[in-house]
Ligand binder design. Sequence first.
Ligand code: FDA
Length: 407
Amino acid sequence: MSASPQEFDAVVVGAGAAGLFCAGVAGQLGLRVLLLDHAPKVAEKVRISGGGRCNFTNRDLDPRAPHKHFVGANPNFCRSALSRYTAGDFIALVQRHGIPFHEKHKGQLFGDRSSDDFIQMLLAECGAGGVTHWQPCGVQAVRWDGRAYELDTARGLVRAPRLVVATGGLSIPQIGASDFGYRLAQQFGLQLAPTRPALVPLTFEGEAWAPYAQLAGLALPVRIATGEKKAAAAFDEDLLFTHRGLSGPAVLQISSYWQPGTPIRVDLLPGTDVGQVLAQAKLRSRRLVANELAALLPERLADAWVQGQPALQRPVNEASDKALAALAQSVARWELLPTGTEGYRKAEVTAGGVDTRELSSQTMESRQPGLYFIGEVVDVTGWLGGYNFQWAWASGWACAQAMAAAP
Ligand code: FDA
């Protein structure tokens, strides 16, 4: 004889950013909520986020123009949720909990102390909502009987008319990421947008990369771009050379737009007319070209740029105009073809996911009644800089409100 199920108004699977927040809000709106997560530790991605300080939102987010900071088949899908629960709303919550924070740059807000402040805040909100929290607790199977969802969990049979999937994306599998959300969507016949690592370092292989491999550890501000015309994207951020390729905020940002097989373009000296600077140097200087360049760029980088080019291994006044112009061009428009990315192991997020056409942008409910998807599992990917957390909070809030209002 099977044990009778434990009944709840809603079950939230995934105690990460979106799931914790949604569970707390739904509980405080009067729902009996079960929150469960298969990982031993709660909200590990919040813990490691923002270098351990959690870049929890971004003041520059414009909910009326989500396409500016979000990538996906339809960035406008997030307009409703982002407008109804704003960065200002989350900031107010953080202030109510007395968590000190500061703005770093470009609207990015970080905790002053540690990400743990935010995890404790989310747990306290769940506590205030009387949320039942089981962790670690995996889900073996989900069934829908036309009225409610029945879940086989590691702690027994559970039943609820509403099921919220907040299991995130595929990145950093070593701390609990799984494809549960995508599999569940497919079980109920919902479409997925293809997934890929995003906010991820790019890799370069072969001989063409050999001269740059020695630059590992070097960082500098650049302008980076990819794509053409309408599909073009560009960022002014820091670039970091790594042993296997390029990283740093500039590359993480552009990776969300980069299409395999296409080049990226880097201006190593944005805002400087390198051609003009070198032409003037030629008139008044006898220093080596590499030394002139080193006045503008880090020395190691300047050396690498003239390496293997006899036309530039000489005093600048002896270099030909053509060679200097080519050098200026290579600095202002360094075009390179990534061979790949560091993959989900290093990606901050997963692009793609549950197709937004399957979901209501007001409620996050899918075509399958009572089945909701929130946070990163949805085909909504934010820029680096707190945008992904704001999506987690806003989608979780919209879902909680809708569930509480549902008959
Ligand atoms: P999240 O990944 O937070 O939570 C999913 C939860 O579901 C996990 O707890 C997981 O264990 C659980 N789960 C998965 N499969 C399950 C299953 N089968 N059964 C039960 N539970 C399951 N964003 C930002 O805005 N600012 C920042 O500073 C950073 N920094 C950052 C650093 C690093 C290193 C990474 C990897 C990512 C970031 N991000 C970020 C991105 C941000 O962490 C991410 O977008 C959100 O955590 C997504 O929230 P979710 O709740 O959707 O997923």
